[in-house]
Design a protein around this ligand. Structure first.
Ligand SMILES: [Zn+2]
Length: 309
């Protein structure tokens, strides 16, 4: 229930993604100085006859129905009319007339609208190429049901203290730890929550130990720096208490403040003391001094090595 990766927990509108890909009017009509003919590129490119497109036929018939001159630039068209073009005419039927290779064809039907048509085609297409094409006209917007929280509302109604899981994971790790420790529980609640709190506290402390106290647990993995991602993996390793493992790290101290660098070094030593080998590629002086062995690779012996020799 508390995982957005699970259908029991996920918000039903966005299926746990937190945002929706929606057709974006500004991307569909990037230039309102153009006319409907060449301003709405995403819509209907199928050719009817000598460069005549299905879109042109639709626009002309709808223009005629509402008595609007569609040769004007889009910005000069009445907003109400543009809404009919973009979002459809609802129940209002339009007389369409077009010329095809077998003569004049006529039919009467409501117009679905450019945006609903594109959204439907995007949903229905089986071709990745076409999906990519439609997605050029879409942008991300917060899910209207969960507001980006990714969980269904039943899950979000469950609170610890006065915060739900989404509010907790939006807090920086250090504040979350403080908040959980400050909760006043009854004896019965304490009995139920004791083990969970112990585990939570330990894991949050691991993350603090590698200098990640400022992160929130809701941060998307893709937005972490290389150093942060490495340190998160380190934090999970300390908790696993494996031994006999070779860890290879590439500049894990990158972007760390001095104070946090000391914590990171302490963490690496802890891993070593558990019975592991830690190999670190690093320019950081403190890390080098902390190492048991140094392999210096370069055109000549560095000052640092000379000093040590
Ligand atoms: Zn949602």
């Amino acid at each position: 229930m508390f995982s957005f990766n699970n259908p029991f927990g996920a918000c039903p509108t966005c299926t746990g993604i937190g945002f929706l890909m929606r057709m974006d009017e500004d991307l569909i009509i990037p230039d309102k100085n153009k006319t409907l003919y060449d301003g709405v590129k995403a819509f209907g490119s199928s050719t009817m006859k000598k460069g005549e497109t299905m879109a042109k036929m639709y626009f002309e018939s709808i223009g005629k129905h509402y008595g609007v001159d569609i040769k004007k630039p889009i910005k000069k068209l009445p907003r109400e009319f543009l809404d009919k073009i973009l979002y459809g005419t609802g129940n209002e039927a339009i007389d369409f007339e077009y010329e095809s290779s077998i003569g004049i064809r006529k039919f009467t039907a409501p117009f679905e609208g450019v945006i609903p048509t594109l959204e439907r085609r995007h949903n229905e297409t089986k071709s990745q190429g076409m999906r990519d094409f439609y997605e050029m006209y879409m942008s991300e917007s917060d899910c209207p049901t969960c507001g980006g929280a990714r969980l269904k509302k039943e899950s979000l109604c469950v609170k610890v203290g006065n915060k739900n899981i989404n509010e907790l994971t939006d807090m920086p790790i250090c504040s979350m730890k403080e908040y959980l420790n400050s909760l006043e529980l009854t004896a019965k609640e304490r009995m139920i929550a004791d083990q969970i709190f112990k585990e939570l506290d330990k894991r949050l402390q691991f993350l603090i130990d590698v200098g990640l106290d400022y992160l929130t647990l809701s941060r998307a993995a893709g937005t972490l720096s290389g150093g942060e991602a490495q340190r998160i993996r380190l934090a999970t390793q300390i908790g696993s208490s494996l031994t006999g493992v070779l860890y290879i790290l590439d500049e894990p101290s990158i972007g760390l403040h001095q104070r946090d660098n000391d914590k990171l070094i302490a963490t690496l030593k802890k891993l070593r003391d558990l019975g592991n080998t830690v190999l670190v590629v690093e320019h950081d002086e403190d890390t080098m001094y902390a190492a048991d062995q140094i392999i210096d690779i370069g055109p000549r012996t560095s000052e640092f090595m000379e000093e040590r020799l």
